[in-house]
Unconditional design. Structure first.
Length: 269
């Protein structure tokens, strides 16, 4: 599913190929993806405006449309992808994420479309229909972005309370952008057990977690997504840790399936 790196890829697609183009039409008829807006409400608000800038915090994206235009919020859900097509429907830009199982020009799962005055289009293609399009989204509910979080913000986010560290990393109100796979990678890089309560973290643990967060996010953005990270191919039965070759362990932490190294990521005592 899309995590911060995949959403950053989608944001960069908009930045490269959809800015400063006048919106001539909008298909917002999917009332589930565009909830709570009624069909036509997003269309009426966007017609004649231009996308001026594309932003991201965590897994959420939004586009500015000018001083008198609304903010357009875009969320990929679990399977969404932003595609920019030309006037003939050929794909101009779709980034690196979610090419598996989809032929170029296959837009049968398009849930939302902006059509530009020059004939091109921006589409949210989403097979599982779990994406979201909203006007003026509530971004203030999100924590600091995992790619730019400061040491002070990170320490405050991961040391408050007694939740397992895996659950805290997944809490978008604490730190925005970390999903299940990225959290496992971060904890593996930091050699921290996913079930360790955050109030048991030492200063050295927090420092390692911050370094691991920065390195994992940076590597995933650079190489095209969380699926490119070191641990991900070894999250399966019978696999061995790619670092020390100990058996990989599996369990539920914070309600999510979690993998860790049985030798290097142990609970104290």
């Amino acid at each position: 599913m899309p995590e911060l790196p995949e959403v950053e890829s989608a944001r960069s697609v908009i930045e490269r190929a959809a800015l400063d183009r006048t919106i001539a039409d909008v298909d917002d008829t999917d009332s589930y993806v565009c909830r709570p807006h009624k069909p036509g409400e997003i269309r009426d608000a966007l017609l004649g405006h231009r996308l001026l800038a594309a932003h991201r915090r965590g897994k959420s994206m939004w586009c500015e449309t000018g001083d008198d235009g609304p903010v357009l919020g875009l969320h990929l859900g679990m399977s969404g992808k932003i595609v920019i097509a030309d006037r003939d429907g050929a794909e101009i830009d779709g980034g690196d994420y979610w090419e598996r199982g989809r032929e170029p020009g296959d837009y049968r799962f398009s849930r939302f479309t902006l059509r530009f005055e020059d004939g091109g289009a921006l589409l949210l293609v989403d097979p599982r229909r779990l994406g979201r399009v909203t006007l003026d989204p509530q971004l203030e509910l999100l924590g600091p972005d995992a790619a730019t979080v400061t040491p002070a913000q990170f320490r405050a986010a991961v040391t408050k309370g007694s939740a397992p560290i895996k659950a805290r990393l997944l809490d978008q109100h604490a730190i925005a952008g970390i999903g299940n796979l990225l959290a496992d990678e971060i904890l593996w890089r930091a050699r921290v057990h996913p079930a360790l309560p955050v109030d048991d973290l030492g200063r050295a643990d927090v420092d390692r977690l911050l370094r691991a967060t920065r390195s994992a996010v940076s590597a995933a953005v650079k190489h095209g997504g969380v699926h490119t990270l070191s641990l991900i191919p070894f999250r399966k039965p019978g696999a061995q840790c790619p670092r020390d070759h100990a058996p990989m362990a599996r369990g539920k932490v914070g309600g999510r399936t979690t993998w860790w190294c049985s030798a290097e990521q142990q609970l104290p005592g």
